[in-house]
Write a protein that binds this ligand. Sequence first.
Ligand code: FES
Length: 150
Amino acid sequence: MDRDNPWAKLYSPNRKPLRAIKDFALENVNAVAQYSAYVTHGEVDSMEAIAPGSGAVIRRGIKKIAAFRDETGVVHTHSAICPHLGGVVCWNQTERTWDCPCHGSRFDAYGHVIDGPANADLAPTEHEDTPHPHVPEHLPPTPTHPKNNL
Ligand code: FES
């Protein structure tokens, strides 16, 4: 519309009130800090260090891998890069989920998105099916995630 609206300035998405500048700056520093995980080591040095029922982020070359070892010792790997805006997910042992510290997306242990803002699963990696050295080989086959049976 081509008429002036007295409320336009108040509702402008580009407005930044002076008293909010400090919060705006701190939030941006926090967001940048989350991306520093790209250059750090993994949480563990090898898949063997991940106990059954646990997950950890591991570095494989220049990539960060979200590795979950199920109760039978099989390792399920996905990219640790959140499909929303590229944060590096962290393993949440209490919830047994991958959580993104940037904006709060959550993924189940098998990389399927549970909560947004991400609207896609963690990207699959080359499958690595490494039994845990302390898990006997005679265990039954690993059940697959219910979503994989669709
Ligand atoms: S980058 Fe992961 S939720 Fe935004």
